[in-house]
Design a protein around this ligand. Sequence first.
Ligand code: HEM
Length: 357
Amino acid sequence: MPVKFDPSETTDHCLMHKPRARWQQKTYHPILWSDELQTWLVFNPELVKTILLSDDFQVGLSVQAVAEMEDRFRLDLSSLRHATAAMPVAHEGPAHAVIRRDMAQSLQENVEAALIAFSHTFAASINGPLQQQESFDINAAALAPATARLMSVVCGFELSPTGGETAPSQMLDRLLGLRRRKEINALIKGLFQRADAAADDTTADRKVAMAILGFDTLHATLSENLLAVLRRAEGIPLNQIDWPNEIEETGAPFIERIARKQTSIGEQEIKEGQAIRLFLDDLGPLGFRSTELFFGKGRHACIGRVISQRAWLAMVQQLNHVSHAVTIESVTERTPDFMFRFPSEIILKVNDGRHRA
Ligand code: HEM
């Protein structure tokens, strides 16, 4: 019998917002069945790695699933369908290899220019609020516009910082309701209108797919990392903080796969067609966390890893010039969001830079 997660602890849907809740349970199980999500939940990093490297599992996003939904509910989700078709994470085999190669190449061509745009925007936007020594939202003031600039250069069309409850990236949520899927379709249609103006059809599809896969993952991850460092270094002048060289938190805490055939993982039998959610940043019973998994593994590993790490370093470099200290006044997570861990508003209070006692 599969072991079930105790719903009194937290709902399975929100589990990714409470990574440590899992370990407050008395017994550790590396893999559990969730009735709520009708999905296996895998916490153990070694099992996650095994699944990502296995051919018995395939990616969960599919163009066919969107088309079936359109048929069944008589809906037009064509923008969402086109974007899905251009995503490497919706394909396996030779089609995947080609789409992935072309996207990686297009990204590579723009990495240096995108990082310069990111640094300039961040530097230009952070100084004003810091000099005024008032409370400000570092996301709205600097991180969101800088990430939007980076992604605009990467994708080749103008992207604005995401706001509001719904964002195109939430299409990656397999369990999303129809109402939000329709809203997301409309947002993606808007992306196509802007991308189309700057490209032919295939290129526009790729640009939009890249924007959906990269923008929020990068923004949420930079925001989550910045917040983690500021929390532990509150009151220390920014240029005296021991900033990590690599990201230590992720905004994209899980990915999913579907079993291609009946197979076993740990002590559990997985049936053909069952979904399996892989937590990438879980602290095991010994407090071990594998940052190695943050960008996935195997044939679908993230092509944005290098630019993301370099964007973090570029931001740290700018903050290292600042002699003010800050304290965190409040943090607002983007809700409802069942895909990302995303502190979309971080209000900081600037002080004169005296080191706390
Ligand atoms: C410019 C920024 C980024 C771009 C353009 C980008 C793009 C992509 C693409 C195209 C894939 C699919 C690769 C494939 O299927 O072959 C992917 C996978 C992935 N990305 Fe990124 N990414 C970016 C940033 C990030 C960030 C900041 C994170 C989180 C720390 C992240 C986490 C992941 C993960 C976990 C996967 C694996 C997905 C899976 O196997 O299901 N990405 N990324």
